[in-house]
Ligand binder design. Structure first.
Ligand code: ADP
Ligand code: MG
Length: 184
């Protein structure tokens, strides 16, 4: 069944813009799926929670995807994209060329050892909530029962998140447009 999924992406090492651009392009090529929204890019201070990503600031954004892929298949694909873009598997929590997280999968609640959806830290992370709020301010977190706007207003995270300026003008050149399907 087709579900609306939100995927967070971030990069804080190397050519961050190129890694983000490639990741979004690869997401747009997934089978049984269509990218229906891409947020602007945000430049964000590294948050030192459970990970140790180093000092490099991140570029972050969120992609909205309509997909028939199961959550498990999607996780596998995201890991493959991370690997293909040079994510250091031996030091996963260190600086990352690309990090891809399933934020929401429709309104499903998933609690498995290696897959928790909604992503367990998204409501504390302004670098996720800002682009989510941009894409769909009324999106409801299925267990917290709050909209993206409400979560952003109450997030305790004070780390800096700013719109990348200028936004790269060529970003969408290499990938299909993300306008809705004509039959929707
Ligand atoms: P983080 O993104 O929180 O900094 P990692 O990218 O190192 O951490 O992810 C560690 C593990 O988190 C992955 O191997 C994956 O199995 C697991 N994981 C659990 N839930 C999710 C999710 N919703 N999206 C992506 N990965 C997840
Ligand atoms: Mg991750």
């Amino acid at each position: 069944m087709r579900e609306t999924v939100y995927i967070g992406f971030g990069s804080n090492v190397g050519d961050r813009l190129d890694f983000c651009d490639r990741a979004v392009t690869l997401l747009s090529l997934l089978p049984h799926s269509q990218v229906t929204g891409i947020s602007l890019l945000y430049e964000t201070e590294p948050v030192l929670d459970h990970a140790q990503p180093g000092n490099g600031w991140f570029l972050n954004g969120v992609v909205q995807l309509e997909t028939d892929l199961t959550p498990r298949s999607l996780l596998t694909v995201l890991r493959e994209i991370e690997r293909s873009l040079g994510r250091d598997e031996d030091n996963r929590s260190g600086p990352r060329t690309i990090d891809l997280d399933i934020l929401f999968y429709g309104s499903r609640l998933i609690n498995e050892a290696d897959l928790v959806v909604p992503h367990p830290r998204l409501h504390d992370r302004r670098f996720v909530l800002m682009p989510l709020n941009e894409l769909d301010p009324l999106l409801i977190h299925p267990s917290l029962q709050q909209t993206a706007t409400q979560l952003l207003a109450t997030a305790k995270d004070q780390s800096e998140v700013r719109l990348l300026f200028p936004q790269p003008s060529t970003r969408y050149g290499s990938r299909p447009s993300c306008s809705p399907r004509p039959d929707l």
